[in-house]
Design a protein around this ligand. Structure first.
Ligand SMILES: CC(C)(COP(=O)(O)OP(=O)(O)OC[C@H]1O[C@@H](n2cnc3c(N)ncnc32)[C@H](O)[C@@H]1OP(=O)(O)O)[C@@H](O)C(=O)NCCC(=O)NCCS
Length: 202
């Protein structure tokens, strides 16, 4: 693995949306429209992480905070769900995907104290399944026709982030989900504003 020193891992901003859109369009059969990506970047329930090389985004991962039960867990634990993920093809297999997922998981953990991560993947996407298994995800459910438009089935894959004992410890901090959510919302609004101001060159 060789990662150049001019690599930067950071949260995505509105200015990154066009580039992310292009990477997703060239890498995935299912991708989000620009207006959807704009909405995700502004919402505190979503976390977008991008990796840049020489100031140019070469990969991204987008996650959403969820609380619905899944087959991964009997309880409705807070969960980070991977919604879209790709590295530009010529930069694959160099470790950037692992860096992105690692950062996404740690941001979801520190902000929302999540218990697990989850994602859906096409059963035919063996490279991605191999990748997820290498970084600790396990197949939990086979979902027949999940990708019906693509004529493919899916797997739900999950990774436990926090064991029960750690959940007990974190309860003592008494940071409620609402507080944490409000803080992130404020921070995101501030950053979006700063980003827009920079664009206007004020
Ligand atoms: C999945 C993806 C994001 C992984 O990004 P990446 O930067 O290539 O990942 P890494 O370099 O960190 O790979 C880590 C491990 O994943 C596995 N892996 C990654 N690419 C692989 C491939 N082409 N074939 C087999 N295993 C692969 C390997 O175990 C690899 O470790 P190794 O190189 O030491 O063997 C990238 O392949 C991609 O953009 N694919 C197209 C879009 C896609 O399928 N997204 C996921 C949708 S659910």
């Amino acid at each position: 693995m060789s990662i150049s020193k001019k690599v930067c891992l950071r949260e995505g901003l509105l200015k990154d949306v066009d580039r992310i859109y292009r990477i997703s369009k060239s890498s995935l059969p299912n991708y989000y429209a620009i207006h959807e990506l704009n909405y995700f970047v502004k919402s505190p329930k979503y976390i977008l992480v991008i990796v840049e090389k020489n100031d140019k985004a070469i990969g991204y991962v987008l996650g959403h905070l969820e609380k619905k039960k899944t087959t991964c867990s009997k309880r409705d634990y807070l969960r980070g769900h991977v919604m879209s993920f790709a590295v530009q093809d010529r930069y694959r297999r160099l470790g950037y995907g692992s860096l992105l997922m690692d950062k996404l998981e740690s941001l979801f953990s520190s902000r929302y104290n999540i218990s697990l991560m989850s994602l859906h993947v096409q059963t035919t996407n063996e490279k991605a399944i191999n990748f997820y298994e290498k970084i600790g995800y396990k197949k939990y459910e086979f979902m027949k026709n999940y990708y019906f438009r693509l004529g493919d089935d899916g797997y739900l894959m999950c990774k436990i982030i926090r064991r029960k004992c750690k959940l007990e410890e974190n309860k003592e901090k008494k940071v409620t989900f609402k507080e944490s959510f409000e803080n992130i919302k404020k921070e995101k609004m501030k950053r979006t504003l700063l980003d827009d101001i920079k664009k206007m060159k004020i």
